[in-house]
Design a protein around this ligand. Structure first.
Ligand code: SF4
Ligand code: SF4
Length: 284
């Protein structure tokens, strides 16, 4: 079972929901796919060990063989190759590693070389009974999706994987949510929250992934998010109140299910709901 936790924007409590759900279940995998700024481990403090580099291939041009025909630059849709009057210029950070330029080169002047854009780390903890896998994109690298894909290759299908998605609705979110069995959208009950939720709902509907909503900091703002969910027939899975005890634990980096047993049960109930929902849909 693979469950993504996503949100239309950052700061809504997505990571809090991902961490608390994983800990409430136990024996789960938690994958931090927010690879530009992974922060699940701020709540867990696991001793993470590097598993591997994330490697992509980028082209290299042999100027002795190149006839400056310009076919590679014409082919590259990402503008990673430019033909100058006397040379070919490469921009490796724009390259998506499709390999097309190698194929179109009539002089066999292009070869591929490997480049590391990030790392995958893993940590386990007996007390929390959870495995954390984290992807980190190197500073200055623009492409998060290859790191997310490589991280998700570590999913163990025999257990529950909770995926902390990147915020927003761009490519990295689509990469992290597209293959999931269910997506939990975390939002706040404010006009901004509603606006971002509508964008996120549009994305998950287009992906065809089943989803429901968790309202965080319930009690602030207004009732428009709930009205929207009712009108759109979107299940509200859980409301986490704007509670002082939860806020204090959050500020200390303590997952609140660890100190508030009722919430452990609430998150387990949320998981049971998702399982039942998917089985009614014929997914399991
Ligand atoms: S491998 Fe693809 S993306 Fe990269 S430079 Fe060549 S054509 Fe462009
Ligand atoms: S396609 Fe090959 S020969 Fe033509 S410009 Fe590019 S590298 Fe040079």
């Amino acid at each position: 079972m693979k469950i993504a936790i996503a949100s239309g924007k950052g700061g809504t409590g997505k990571t809090t929901v991902a961490v608390n759900l994983a800990l409430a279940l136990g024996n789960a995998q938690l994958l931090d796919c927010d690879v530009e700024e992974p922060n699940c481990n701020l709540f867990l403090g696991f001793d993470l060990k590097k598993q591997e580099d994330v490697i992509i291939t980028v082209p290299e041009v042999d100027s002795h063989k190149c006839s400056l025909c310009g076919k590679c630059a014409e082919f590259c849709q990402y503008n990673a190759i430019a033909k100058l009057p006397r040379s070919i210029m490469l921009f490796p950070k724009l390259c998506h590693g499709c390999g097309g330029c190698v194929l179109v080169c009539p002089e066999n002047a292009i070869t591929e070389k490997k480049r590391s854009i990030g790392i995958i780390e893993k940590g386990t903890n007996e007390y929390f009974n959870t495995e954390l896998l984290q992807g980190t994109l190197n500073i200055g690298e623009p492409m998060a999706s290859p790191v997310i894909r490589q991280l998700q290759a570590h999913i163990d299908e025999s257990t529950v994987a909770i995926i902390d998605s990147p915020p927003g609705t761009a490519c990295p979110v689509i990469t992290s949510v597209a293959e999931m069995d269910y997506c939990v959208l975390v939002t706040e009950p404010t006009p901004f929250g509603l606006n971002d939720l509508i964008l996120a709902v549009d994305v998950v509907r287009q992906l065809g992934v089943q989803f429901g909503v968790v309202i965080n900091r319930h009690g602030i703002g207004d009732g428009k998010v709930e009205e929207y969910c009712r009108a759109e027939k979107i299940p509200i899975l859980m409301k986490i109140p704007d509670d002082r005890e939860i806020a204090v634990l959050y500020s200390k980096g303590i997952p609140f299910v660890e100190q508030m047993p009722l919430w452990k049960e609430n998150f387990r109930e949320l998981y049971r709901y998702i399982c039942k929902f998917i089985s009614y849909q014929g997914g399991f």
